[in-house]
Design a protein around this ligand. Structure first.
Ligand SMILES: [Zn+2]
Length: 321
């Protein structure tokens, strides 16, 4: 029997070609083949789409987004602003006032705005041209419209770099973070947030998305960061367990000699335990739906008398930037 194409692809984390299928559909029920490396437990899409295919997908995806909302709606600004406030809280112990911070994949610039309101010299890079232009025009933020891979920063250019919900989209997360590592000064920090594949808040079949090429667990995210030359300074899941948050430190010799744990056994245990029955039977599922509804009402109330994104963010941060 001919080997399927994906068996020829190595795991970017451990180099193994051994993997097993864990899911065959995406969150909308369309075919999507998801595999787990049996050595390290890293979960990925197989076969991996080519760079051109991805570029085209993003071009289409962003165009659709552009047509639906050329500028982010105020509700979206409010939601992203609240997420940015939460991120600013957990990043605070690792940030230095005079450091320059780069938000890679900055969206509408909400985190850049929030950090600047706290005296951090933050700027953003965002591949979506419409969003990048909007953030600089409406919020007066320093934003560059580009993908991080296309930019060449001098070594040690940034004090810290944030990549929030970015890593799951790139074809080689180890290589991507290695590039980020080089542009962070020694002792500076990397901040990450990715969806948690081992979450207990989503239906097991609704975790996988075509655009997410990788699905991390806390163990595989830590290992990826270490492989890229960082030391893990802090790592936790979000309060609902849906995301993994991590702060990594760029130290000389970082990543060397660190114990590289395998996430495979833990992942498979989660796959066995977290079934659709468990999902529907969990009080957390129903609480989450109620919270979602309450959140929508809160968003509506918060933005209904607001006229601009600046007003929404000023309200959230309690003053002008
Ligand atoms: Zn692996």
């Amino acid at each position: 029997m001919e080997s399927p194409e994906w068996t020829t692809e190595c795991c970017v984390l451990c180099g193994s070609r051994n993997a097993e299928t864990i899911n065959r559909k995406d969150r909308d029920g369309k075919p999507l083949h998801t595999i787990a490396c049996t050595e390290c437990g890293l979960v990925r899409t197989a076969p991996m789409p080519g760079p051109e295919e991805l570029r085209e997908y993003y071009a289409r995806h962003y165009r659709v987004e552009y047509q639906k909302a050329a500028t982010p709606k105020l509700k979206r600004v409010y939601r992203a602003g609240r997420a940015a406030m939460d991120r600013a809280v957990w990043m605070a112990p690792f940030l230095r006032q005079n450091d320059e911070f780069l938000d890679a994949g900055a969206g509408g610039g909400e985190l850049v705005y929030v950090l600047r309101s706290k005296g951090i010299r933050a700027q953003g890079v965002e591949p979506n041209l419409a969003f990048a232009e909007y953030a600089s025009r409406e919020l007066g933020l320093p934003m560059e419209a580009s993908i991080l891979e296309d930019l060449e920063y001098p070594a040690g250019r940034w004090g810290s770099v944030g990549c929030f919900h970015v890593l799951e989209h790139v074809r080689n997360p180890v290589e991507f973070l290695g590039r980020v590592r080089r542009c962070i000064r020694p002792g500076g920090h990397l901040f990450l947030e990715v969806p948690n594949v081992e979450n207990c808040c989503q239906h097991p079949d609704r975790r996988f998305h075509w655009a997410h090429l990788y699905n991390f667990s806390p163990v595989t995210l830590r290992r990826t960061v270490v492989r890229a030359g960082f030391q893990v300074a802090w790592c936790q899941t979000s309060p609902d367990g849906g995301n993994v948050l991590l702060a990594g430190r760029a130290e000389e010799g970082g990543g060397e000699g660190a114990a590289l744990e395998s996430g495979y056994a833990g992942l498979m245990e989660h796959e066995r335990e977290w079934t659709a029955w468990r999902y529907y039977g969990s009080p957390r599922t129903w609480r989450r739906s109620a919270d979602k509804l309450a959140g929508m009402v809160r968003e509506w109330a918060a933005v209904r008398s607001r006229r601009s994104p600046r007003q929404v963010l000023e309200e959230l941060t309690g003053g002008r930037m």
